[in-house]
Design a protein around this ligand. Structure first.
Ligand code: ADP
Ligand code: MG
Length: 583
C-alpha cells in the first residue's frame, strides 16, 4: 500500500503557494507595480487586456535586472531586498518575500524583458507555468517590462472563477490608484484594451495627484492635517462633512507608504467623524502613518495587505487625534471664508499647516433670512454669500409634523428637520464653547440635591469631580457614597438632574472600560445637550422655530446631532417627480 502521506510534486506545491499571492489578475498588477516602485522608477505604465485576464503588462524605467540574475528573480524566496532575518524588521521596500515573480510565473505565461543602465543590451526570459523556456539577449530600453498572459491557464478551476472583465478591471484599477496615490513623484499611466484610462504625470506635490484621482469636487473638500508624536507621524487629507460615502472605500490608509487595511485605524477614523457625518456613512480620508520600520511588522499577511503595530493603542490615539483635530465641532460652528490655497507650492504632506474645519464651510450652507415666516437659504458655494445667491436658493418653513419634524420648501425639494437632533447639536456646540471659556451658566440650589450612589458610581464620581465641575456641576462628597449637588447647568430641568448624573456615570464607566478616558468630557457635553434639547412631540411656536432655524444656519445639510443622527433630510424634486410618475 502506498504511503498515505507524500510530499507533493514541485509544480503542485508551487501552484498552492502561488494561490496565496495571486488571487486574481489585480494581484499581478499590484505585485508588478510594487516591483517597479522598488526599482526606483520614475515612470510606470500599466497595460491590461480584457481586465487583465488576457494580459497584464507593466513597464518601468527603473534599475533593471542584471542578465545573470534574471533567472534568480524567478526562483522562490529570491530577493534583492533583504539578506538576513533581522532585515525583516527594517523593511523599506514594498517587496521582501521573493515570492511574487515565481508565483505569478507558475500560473501564467510570463515574459520579462529588462536592461540595466550600464549594459548595452537587455535580457528576455520566456516562462510558462513556472518553467523557463528561453533566455535571450535583446535590445530594449533601460528598465523592466513584465508581461503576464493567460493567467491561470494551467488551473482551469481558478480561471473559471474569474469575474467579469469589468470586475477584474475594477480591482486592477484600485491597486493602480492606491499605488499612484502613494507616490505622486512618479508618473503613472493605465491603459485598458488600448484606451488610456489614467495618465498621471510625476509631480512634486501630492495635491496635483489627489485632484487627478479624486476629481476637483472632492479635492476641493479635502483638508490636510499632520500630527507628530515621538516617532509616529500621521499626515494626510480628510474630507469635510459635506462629503460622505456609503462605503468605506474612500479611506486610504498607508503605513510607511504601503497601502494596508487595518480595522483599528479604520475605527479611529470613523470615530473621529462620529458627530459630523451620519452614522453608516464614511468620509474620504487619505492617511499616512510613518513609524520606524521596527515599530511595525509588515510580514503578517501573504500579500502584505495587513500590518501589525507594536503599540496599536498609541496609533489609535494618534490617528483619532489627528483626524479629530480637523473635526472639532467648534470649527463647524464658526465658519469663515476658506483661505486661498496655493496649490502650486511644491511640498510633501507635512508642509502645509493643518487647515481646520473652522477655516472652511461645508459646501452646502444654510443661512438665515429674516421675515415674518421662517425663511433660510441654502448657499451652495461657500465663497459667495451674496444676496442674489440667497434669493435663488432659499428654504421656507411650512410647518411642523407630529410635533417632531419641521418641514420646509427649498429649491431642491422638500427639507425635513429633526427638531430634537437639530437643537441637540446647537446646544452641544454652545455647551462646548461655554465649557472652553469657563462660562457655563449655572443655577445654585438653596438646598443641595443629595445623591446617594452605589459604591462603583461613588468611586467614579469622586475620580471625575473635576470634569463635572468644569461642565457646571458643583458637587461635594459628604459621605462615603453621598454627594451634595450644589449647582448645575441652568438649562437642565431640575427634575432630570439625578438621572443625568447617573447617565453620565454610566457613560464614564463604559468609556473607561474601552480605554477612552479622553472622551469623557465630550460625552458629558453630549448628555447635557441631549437633556436640555427640545424633545420630539413638542409643538413649537413660530418664534421658536425661527430661533432654531437661525441657529441652524451654519450647518451643512449633512450635519448630524452629537450622537451621529442626521439633522436634515432632503427629498429632491426629482424624487418627488419620480414618486408621482411624472418622469
Ligand atoms: P521581492 O519583490 O519580494 O523581492 P519578487 O519576486 O517580486 O520578490 O522579485 C524578485 C526580485 O526580482 C526582486 O527582489 C528584484 O531584485 C527583481 N525585480 C523584480 N521586478 C523588478 C523590476 N521591475 N525592476 C528591477 N528588478 C526587479
Ligand atoms: Mg516584489
Amino acid at each position: 500500500m502506498p504511503a498515505k502521506i507524500q510530499v507533493l510534486p514541485l509544480h503542485v506545491s508551487q501552484v498552492i503557494a502561488a494561490g496565496e499571492v495571486v488571487e486574481r489578475p489585480a494581484s499581478v498588477v499590484k505585485e508588478l507595480m510594487e516591483n517597479a516602485m522598488d526599482a526606483g522608477s520614475t515612470q510606470v505604465i500599466v497595460d491590461l487586456g480584457g481586465g487583465g485576464i488576457q494580459f497584464i503588462r507593466v513597464r518601468d524605467d527603473g534599475e533593471g535586472i542584471e542578465p545573470e540574475e534574471v533567472s534568480s528573480a524567478l526562483q522562490r524566496h529570491a530577493t534583492s531586498k533583504i539578506r538576513k532575518a533581522e532585515d525583516l524588521f527594517a523593511i523599506e521596500t514594498y517587496g521582501f518575500r521573493g515570492e511574487a515573480l515565481p508565483s505569478i510565473a507558475s500560473v501564467s505565461k510570463m515574459t520579462i524583458q529588462t536592461r540595466v543602465r550600464h549594459s548595452m543590451s537587455g535580457t528576455r526570459v520566456l516562462c510558462e507555468g513556472g518553467e523557463i523556456r528561453s533566455i535571450d539577449e535583446v535590445g530594449c530600453p533601460v528598465g523592466t517590462e513584465v508581461e503576464v498572459r493567460d493567467i491561470f491557464f494551467n488551473i482551469p478551476v481558478k480561471r473559471r472563477f474569474l469575474k467579469s472583465i469589468r470586475a477584474e478591471l475594477h480591482h486592477g484599477l484600485n491597486h493602480f490608484l492606491r499605488l499612484s496615490l502613494a507616490s505622486p513623484r512618479v508618473a503613472f499611466k493605465f491603459i485598458h484594451d488600448g484606451r488610456v484610462l489614467h495618465d498621471f504625470f510625476g509631480a512634486e506635490s501630492p495635491h496635483i495627484r489627489l485632484e487627478a484621482i479624486f476629481g476637483k469636487e472632492i479635492y476641493d473638500d479635502l483638508r490636510d492635517f499632520s500630527f507628530e508624536e515621538g516617532e509616529i507621524t500621521i499626515s494626510g487629507f480628510a474630507s469635510l462633512p459635506s462629503i460622505s460615502r456609503r462605503s468605506a472605500d474612500g479611506i486610504y490608509l498607508y503605513v510607511n507608504q504601503r497601502f494596508v487595511r487595518d480595522r483599528m485605524v479604520h475605527k479611529a477614523i470613523v470615530e473621529a467623524y462620529r458627530h459630523v457625518i451620519p452614522t453608516g456613512r464614511f468620509p474620504v480620508v487619505i492617511l499616512n502613518i510613518k513609524v520606524p520600520p521596527y515599530a511595525v511588522d509588515v510580514n503578517v499577511h501573504p500579500t502584505k495587505a495587513e500590518v501589525k503595530f507594536r503599540d496599536p493603542e498609541r496609533i489609535f490615539q494618534a490617528v483619532y487625534g489627528a483626524v479629530h483635530s480637523l473635526n472639532e465641532p467648534n470649527g463647524l460652528a464658526h465658519p469663515a471664508t476658506p483661505p486661498e490655497e496655493d496649490r502650486t507650492i511644491p511640498g510633501d504632506f507635512k508642509q502645509t499647516p493643518p487647515a481646520h474645519f473652522s477655516a472652511v464651510l461645508p459646501s452646502a450652507q444654510l443661512s438665515f433670512r429674516t421675515g415674518s415666516e421662517a425663511v433660510f437659504s441654502v448657499v451652495r458655494d461657500p465663497s459667495v454669500l451674496k444676496e442674489d445667491v440667497e434669493e435663488k436658493a432659499r428654504v421656507r418653513i411650512l410647518g411642523q409634523i407630529q410635533g417632531t419634524y419641521l418641514i420646509g420648501e427649498a429649491e431642491e425639494g422638500l427639507i425635513l428637520i429633526d427638531q430634537h437632533a437639530a437643537h441637540e447639536r446647537i446646544l452641544f456646540e454652545r455647551y462646548k464653547r461655554q465649557y472652553e471659556t469657563h462660562s457655563v451658566p449655572m443655577v445654585q440650589f438653596l438646598i443641595p440635591i443629595v445623591l446617594e450612589l452605589t459604591a462603583e458610581d461613588s468611586f467614579l464620581l469622586s475620580s471625575y469631580l473635576e470634569e463635572f465641575h468644569s461642565t457646571g456641576f458643583e458637587i461635594d462628597q459628604v459621605g462615603e457614597r453621598d454627594y451634595a449637588l450644589r449647582s448645575a447647568p441652568s438649562l437642565i430641568p431640575e427634575k432630570d438632574l439625578k438621572e443625568i448624573v447617573q447617565e453620565i456615570l454610566r457613560e464614564v464607566s463604559s468609556l473607561r472600560k474601552k480605554g477612552r478616558e479622553g472622551q469623557i468630557l465630550h460625552s458629558i457635553l453630549i448628555s447635557l445637550a441631549c437633556h436640555s434639547a427640545i424633545r420630539a412631540n413638542f409643538a413649537l411656536r413660530g418664534e421658536e422655530i425661527e430661533e432654531l432655524i437661525r441657529n441652524l444656519s451654519v450647518y451643512s445639510l449633512s450635519a448630524t446631532c452629537p450622537h451621529g443622527r442626521p439633522i436634515f433630510y432632503v427629498l429632491s424634486l426629482d424624487e418627488l417627480a419620480k414618486q408621482f410618475k411624472r418622469r
